[in-house]
Design a binder for this molecule. Structure first.
Ligand SMILES: [Zn+2]
Ligand SMILES: [Zn+2]
Length: 394
């Protein structure tokens, strides 16, 4: 039997295994850095397979190793493990049993896919050279698990040469695999602005500095960052998400607090945006006699798919699944993904795996209380990881 046929046959056979794991994790979702039961389940499965691992990497992360027949290159495969603070709205028998926690982004399926791929690759270990490193990562939805895992040596001993990962997507037809060359997920920074005025009686504005009037001008002026300052050909977002201030209709507010986010693909654009925001805030508040505080909380960097490796993988996957399944993703998303940290350390590819699309049941947006993954998607996800490993570690 050809390798492709064998991979598809083995993956199909493992569908019930993946479904069981995914549903088990789905019923008991755990928030970032608290994935203890999920980690235990992963360790139990790796023990059953006889795959050695290091646990407690960045709290709940696990790094497993499958060594091939002789030393060679090292491929890292990552699955994130965490759920979201949402109460699930579903009567399915595998719905979340935990109030206020739900796998509304499909990370449960990512774990199941990687465990099934591990099982097949472990059977194949006499057929490839080098090492597969299984990276089960906590807290993708925040505070972020990739960065601390790297800091705790997840990419060392043995040193990872290439990384792959995937994310299910409810807006994509089940089973399709999309690959973007170059930047794939945006950087996101959180910004916090405090406008400081001078309070007083609403009837005597000339004796105060009205923080609300200043804030209104700041919000509008900041809109010019994307429309007038950033190159229109550069994907870029600026959003003020919260604004809070004031006490009563007849009191002039002495302070207004705002929070927002900036998103970008290009590090230089990010740097410029951070600088310009502060300049605009400073200029307007000073003009009107106020003052300000400005803070940037740096988020995940831009995730970048290595162009050469992306093309290599597209070749492998087209050979396995055909032209109808594997497609080029044209646009980056302005969503962020902490796989980015891996992609900034080693040449990496992060794929999109369709898990919904035409089917209404599975097409609700990610982070929605009714979100669900079409589990059939896991088959192509698992097969893709196995194929990439077998080809890259030939
Ligand atoms: Zn998410
Ligand atoms: Zn996610």
């Amino acid at each position: 039997m050809s390798l492709n046929k064998e991979i598809m046959k083995k993956t199909d056979k493992l569908f019930p295994f993946m479904q069981k794991i995914r549903r088990q994790i789905h019923m008991y979702p755990e928030l970032g850095m608290n994935e203890f039961k999920t980690a235990q389940l992963i360790k139990d499965k790796l023990d059953e397979m006889g795959i050695p691992y290091r646990d407690k990497v960045a709290n709940t992360g696990i790094v497993g190793l499958i060594e091939g027949k002789e030393p060679g290159k090292v491929l890292g495969i990552r699955a994130d493990m965490d759920a979201l603070p949402i109460t699930e709205d579903s009567d399915k028998e595998y719905a979340s049993k935990i109030e206020g926690a739900m796998h509304a982004c499909g990370h449960d399926s990512h774990v199941a896919i990687l465990l099934a791929a591990a099982k097949i690759l472990n059977d194949y270990k006499d057929k490839f050279k080098g090492t597969v490193k299984l990276i089960f990562q906590p807290a993708e939805e925040g505070p972020g698990g990739a960065k601390p895992m790297i800091e705790e040596g997840a990419l060392e001993n043995p040193k990872v040469d290439r990384m792959v990962g995937l994310h299910v997507g409810s807006g994509i037809k089940t089973g399709l695999i999309g690959i973007k060359e170059g930047p794939t997920h945006a950087s996101q920074d959180e910004i916090r602005i405090t406008i400081k005025g001078y309070g007083g009686h609403a009837a005597y504005p000339h004796r105060s500095v009205d923080a609300i009037v200043i804030a209104a001008q700041v919000v509008m002026a900041l809109q010019t960052i994307v429309s007038r300052i950033v190159d229109p050909a550069e994907p870029s977002v600026f959003t003020i998400g919260t604004i809070e201030g004031g006490y009563k209709h007849n009191i002039i507010a002495d302070r207004v607090e705002m929070t927002g986010t900036i998103r970008f693909l290009n590090d230089d654009v990010g740097k410029m945006k951070r600088e310009k925001i502060e300049k605009i805030v400073a200029g307007i508040t000073k003009t009107f006699g106020g003052d300000y505080e400005f803070k940037v909380i740096r988020g995940y960097p831009t995730a970048i798919n290595d162009v050469e490796f992306a093309r290599e993988i597209k070749g492998y996957l087209t050979d396995l699944l055909g032209n109808d399944i594997v497609y080029d993703v044209e646009k980056s998303t302005m969503g962020a993904e902490d796989f980015a940290y891996f992609s900034r350390k080693v040449p990496s590819v992060f794929m999109r795996l369709g898990s919904g699309g035409e089917n209404k049941e599975f097409s609700l947006p990610h982070h929605h209380s009714g979100f669900d993954v079409d589990e059939k998607a896991m088959i192509n996800g698992c097969a893709a990881f196995v194929k990439i490993a077998m080809e890259y570690l030939k």
